[in-house]
Design a protein around this ligand. Structure first.
Ligand code: ME8
Length: 503
C-alpha cells in the first residue's frame, strides 16, 4: 500500500502502572497520527500500541500480587488501555503479547530461523541479571553489579538457544550507513554506528529454560524452553499487521513500519536486534525510521518504576487539564533530548504560552467582536485587500505557517509549536500596536473591521494547526468563533495563581 503511515509505540511492560514516560511516547505517536490522518486521510494511517506481558519482571510482579501471570497481565494491560482513553489516544490497534495472533507469529519466526540455522543451541556460562533478564560479559562488569540496574548479578551455566548476530553485523553497518533516515536523531544514529564499529556482536540468547522461567512463549522446537521476552516482544510490530503464508513469505498491508517511536533506553534492541531478525528472516523490509527520544528526568534522575520516582499522568491531567499536559510535554523539550519534569515548569508554560498568549488572544478578540459587532463575525476577505505593514506581515505568516513538513521530516514537535506561537505573539503585538479602542472611538470603521477580521483568521489558522497536539482546545476554539456568530465561553486558560497551592 502506498501513501500510508504505520506508526508504533513500544509495547510497555505490564509489571507496574504507566507513568509520564510511557504517556510521552504515546502522546507523541498520537499527535503524529492525527497529523498524518489530516495529510493522508483516516484510512491510510495505522497507529499500533500495546503491552509486553511475558518474562521475569511480569512473573515476579504477578507473584507479589498473588495472581497468575495471565490474570495479572489482564488487569495491568487494562490500566494502560484506560489511561489511553483518558489521554484521548487515537490508536487503531492494541496488541498484547499473550494474544494467539502474536504467539503464532513468534513461533513461526523461531521455526524459520531455526531451520535456516540462524538460531542454534549452545551453552551459556557467565553473569546474568535476573530483573533485567540480561546476560553480561565479565569485561562489561566491574563490581558484580548489573551495569543497568545496579543489582547483584548471578553466575549461571546452562544450555540455551542463540541467534547469530555477528553473521549480519557487516550488513547492518552498511545498511545504516546507506540509509540516513533509518535511525533518528543523528546523535542516536552515530551511537549505533560507533557501537557496531567498535564491538563484535555476541550471539543473542533468545531462550530461557522453563525450569527457571516458565512465563513465556514456548519454543516450537524445544519443549523445555520459552522465548526471551525481547525476542518475543519486537515481533509484535509484524504480528499485529500481517502473517506468514505457506511459503514463509510475510504478507501485510501495512508493513514496513514508517516509524517506530521509542525511548533511547531501548535503542539497541530496535536498531540492532530487530533489523537483524528481519534481515535473517529474508526479504522482509526494514522499518523506514526508528526515532529514539530522550528521557523525562526527576531532579536529573531518570523517572522509572525501579527508581520509585514516577509521576502519574492522570494526576497531572486532573490538576492541569489534558490539553495542557499534552502541550507541555511536547513543547517543553526538543524531541530527542532529555528534560526535567516538574509542576513548576508546567505552570510556567500554562501561565505564559497558554493563558497570556493563546488564551488572551482569543478572549480579547471575542470580547471585541461582542462589543463592536454584537457577536457577529465581520465579513471581509482580508486576503484580497491591502492592510498596513504589520497586517501584511501577519497575512504572510498565516500563509507560511505549515508545521506539516516540519513535523514530518524532523519530528520536532517543540519547534512546530514554537512556530505557531510566533504567529500568536505577532497577533497579540498587533493588538497592542493598533489600539483598536482608538479606532472605534475615532470611527475608523473599515480599519477596525479588517483588523478584527485578521485576528479571526489568525485564530482559525492556529486552531487548525494545534489540532494534533491539543484536539479538545482546537475544537473548542472553532466552536467559540463560529462561521458568522461567536459563542464566547469562559477563558480557555485562566491564569494559575502561583501564590496558592494548585489542587
Ligand atoms: O522497555 N522518559 O517497556 P517499558 C521518557 N517492554 N520515556 C520513557 C521513560 C522516561 N523516563 N520511561 C519510559 C520496555 N519511557 C519494553 C519495550 S518494545 C517491543 C518492548 C517510555 O515499559 C519510552 O518510550 O520499560 C521507553 O522506551 C519505554 O517507555 C519503555 O517502556
Amino acid at each position: 500500500m502506498r501513501n500510508k503511515f504505520y506508526i508504533t509505540t513500544p509495547l510497555y511492560y505490564v509489571n507496574a502502572s504507566p507513568h509520564i514516560g510511557h504517556s510521552y511516547t504515546t502522546i507523541a505517536a498520537d499527535t503524529l497520527s492525527r497529523y498524518m490522518r489530516h495529510v493522508l486521510g483516516d484510512k491510510n494511517v495505522w497507529f499500533l500500541t500495546g503491552s509486553d506481558e511475558h518474562g521475569q519482571k511480569i512473573q515476579r510482579a504477578a507473584d507479589e500480587a498473588k495472581l497468575s501471570p495471565q490474570d495479572f497481565a489482564d488487569k495491568m494491560s487494562l490500566q494502560f488501555k484506560e489511561l489511553w482513553k483518558e489521554l484521548d489516544i487515537s490508536y487503531n490497534d492494541f496488541i498484547r503479547t499473550t494474544e494467539i495472533r502474536h504467539i503464532k507469529t513468534v513461533q513461526k519466526v523461531l521455526d524459520i530461523l531455526h531451520k535456516k540455522g540462524d538460531i542454534y543451541e549452545g551453552k551459556y556460562e557467565g553473569l546474568y541479571c535476573t530483573p533485567c533478564e540480561t546476560f553480561w560479559l565479565e569485561s562489561q562488569v566491574s563490581d558484580n553489579l548489573c551495569p543497568d540496574c545496579k543489582r547483584k548479578l548471578e553466575r549461571i551455566s546452562e544450555n540455551n538457544y542463540f541467534l547469530n548476530l555477528e553473521k549480519h553485523q557487516a550488513w547492518l553497518l552498511q545498511y545504516i550507513k546507506d540509509n540516513p533516515s533509518f535511525i533518528k536523531p543523528e546523535s542516536r544514529r552515530n551511537e549505533v554506528l560507533s557501537f557496531l564499529l567498535l564491538n563484535k556482536l555476541e550471539p543473542l540468547c533468545i531462550s530461557r529454560p522453563k525450569e527457571r522461567l516458565s512465563w513465556g512463549i514456548p519454543l516450537p522446537f524445544s519443549p523445555d524452553y520459552v522465548t526471551y521476552v525481547w525476542f518475543d516482544a519486537l515481533i509484535n510490530y509484524i504480528s499485529a499487521v500481517g502473517s506468514f503464508d505457506e511459503d514463509n513469505k510475510y504478507i501485510s498491508k501495512w508493513w514496513p513500519a514508517d516509524l517506530h517511536l521509542i525511548g533511547k533506553d531501548i535503542l539497541r534492541q530496535h536498531a540492532v536486534y530487530w533489523p537483524i531478525i528481519l534481515h535473517a528472516l529474508g526479504g522482509i523490509e526494514q522499518p523506514k525510521t526508528i526515532f529514539a527520544h530522550g528521557w523525562w528526568l526527576i531532579n536529573s534522575d531518570k523517572m522509572s518504576k525501579s527508581r520509585g520516582n514516577v509521576v502519574s499522568p492522570l494526576d497531572m491531567v486532573n490538576k492541569f487539564g489534558l490539553d495542557v499536559y499534552r502541550y507541555f510535554i511536547l513543547r517543553d523539550v526538543p524531541f530527542g533530548l532529555d528534560g526535567n519534569f516538574s509542576e513548576e515548569a508546567i505552570i510556567k508554560r500554562f501561565n505564559g504560552d497558554l493563558a497570556n498568549d493563546l488564551g488572551n488572544l482569543i478572549y480579547r478578540t471575542l470580547t471585541m467582536i461582542e462589543k463592536y459587532y454584537t457577536g457577529n463575525v465581520p465579513e471581509l476577505d482580508i486576503f484580497n485587500i491591502k492592510l498596513d505593514n504589520s497586517g501584511e506581515k501577519i497575512k504572510q505568516a498565516i500563509n507560511d505557517l505549515g508545521i506539516y513538513p516540519l513535523l514530518n521530516l524532523n519530528f520536532d514537535f517543540s519547534l512546530a509549536l514554537e512556530k505557531i506561537w510566533e504567529l500568536i505573539n505577532m497577533a497579540n503585538k498587533y493588538v497592542e500596536e493598533t489600539k483598536p479602542w482608538n479606532l472605534a472611538k475615532e470611527n475608523r470603521i473599515e480599519e477596525l473591521k479588517s483588523f478584527i477580521r485578521l485576528l479571526v483568521e489568525v485564530i482559525r489558522k492556529v486552531a487548525g494547526e494545534i489540532y494534533p497536539f491539543m484536539p479538545e482546545t482546537s475544537k473548542s476554539i472553532i466552536q467559540q468563533i463560529g462561521e458568522d456568530k461567536i459563542k464566547k465561553g469562559k477563558p480557555l486558560f485562566p491564569r494559575i495563581d502561583t501564590s496558592k497551592p494548585v489542587t
